[in-house]
Design a protein around this ligand. Structure first.
Ligand SMILES: CC(C)(COP(=O)(O)OP(=O)(O)OC[C@H]1O[C@@H](n2cnc3c(N)ncnc32)[C@H](O)[C@@H]1OP(=O)(O)O)[C@@H](O)C(=O)NCCC(=O)NCCS
Length: 107
């Protein structure tokens, strides 16, 4: 895809288990823009700031490793208050909305 990915993960020291990760992508064709991909913290480890720390650490790596990036795009469901809290705290601002429709098919 001509893309570079920055992945940051967090390990639970007692068990050695990876319990969260976050991914940023930068495409060679658009070097000024980064795109936020998945962020996930395992359910039993949520609420301890791991999501915030993961995203902040990955943003610092982006500044260091890909200094041409000027903007980061991300998308969130409006009901996902947890990730919206994190993104707002890190300085992301809403610039647009998109609507999606679903039809449930019953047999
Ligand atoms: C979103 C997600 C990554 C947050 O991870 P986390 O480590 O729990 O996040 P943090 O501890 O940094 O919490 C950030 C804020 O979210 C809210 N929050 C997090 N966990 C919460 C919980 N269990 N109950 C209520 N609020 C919660 C809080 O507002 C918190 O800020 P505060 O402590 O100042 O009030 C995690 O919930 C997750 O993996 N969700 C499923 C995947 C997902 O939706 N990913 C995002 C879209 S890709």
């Amino acid at each position: 895809m001509g893309a570079r990915e920055l992945v940051t993960a967090v390990r639970h020291l007692e068990t050695g288990t990876l319990v969260g990760h976050t991914v940023l992508m930068v495409f060679d064709a658009v070097p000024a823009a980064a795109f936020q991909d998945d962020t996930l913290v395992l359910r039993r480890h949520r609420g301890h700031r791991l999501g915030t720390v993961l995203k902040a650490a990955n943003l610092l790596r982006l500044y260091e490793q890909l200094p041409d990036v000027q903007r980061i795009w991300t998308w969130n469901a409006v009901e996902n208050r947890h990730i919206l809290d994190i993104n707002e705290a890190l300085g992301f601002r809403p610039v647009g909305v998109s609507g999606q429709w679903q039809k449930v098919l019953r047999r």
